[in-house]
Design a binder for this molecule. Sequence first.
Ligand code: ADP
Ligand code: MG
Length: 238
Amino acid sequence: MARVELRGVRKRFGDVQVVHGVDLSIADGEFLVLVGPSGCGKSTILRMVAGLEEASDGRILIDDAVVNERDPKDRDVAMVFQDYALYPHMSVAENMGFSLRWRGVGKAEIGRRVRQAAEVLDIAHLLERRPRELSGGQRQRVAMGRAIVRDPKVFLFDEPLSNLDAKLRVQMRTEIKRLRDRLRATTIYVTHDQVEAMTLADRIVVMQGGLVQQVGTPEEIYDRPATTFVAAFMGAPA
Ligand code: ADP
Ligand code: MG
């Protein structure tokens, strides 16, 4: 069953069309990676699924319901950004539980979910710390923890590793792969890094200029690139 579907989705900013009729289907539990050069429309697609941008045309469905008109907070999606601003005056536990608190989840339940997510992310020993006492990688885990505690229908990641240095990026990539295998949650993950895409994806969507060039498993994309663009982009050194 498709958890998320895009049907003929377009986006214009003023006179400029940046997403041209995209059709995609993301299965329940699938880890889909959108990859492509900067400016090709990846973030715009993610933001439309999240409800942070309105689609100019087409339909977006979550669990077979059209959500185009639905408020971001009523879509049951959680987004992790590259600049994962944490609340500096709150502890790690408070940062992770905050969105549940204003959604009206009870204190005991928040505590339970925060501890569970913290264990999955190996940050259970950091729950009382403040963000300034954490390393970059630890902060990124807290940002992911905020999404995980919500147990959303869909996780949306927008280049979550692009602000980390190369060494940490490799480490966090392995970490996200482990999380992927453990949670098996429906995810749309955006990156401009082919290696990240090849490592993490169940299926890869290669984009260029607001259009989908190819959709396939990492093996399919690698063995049978559909266009010279796909071959050049996926084959280029990271
Ligand atoms: P990517 O995430 O793949 O780098 P984006 O989705 O951010 O690409 O952007 C796609 C195109 O849309 C770019 O040309 C960008 O400049 C343009 N764009 C994105 N957001 C806006 C906006 N709010 N107003 C006008 N143009 C935008
Ligand atoms: Mg982007």
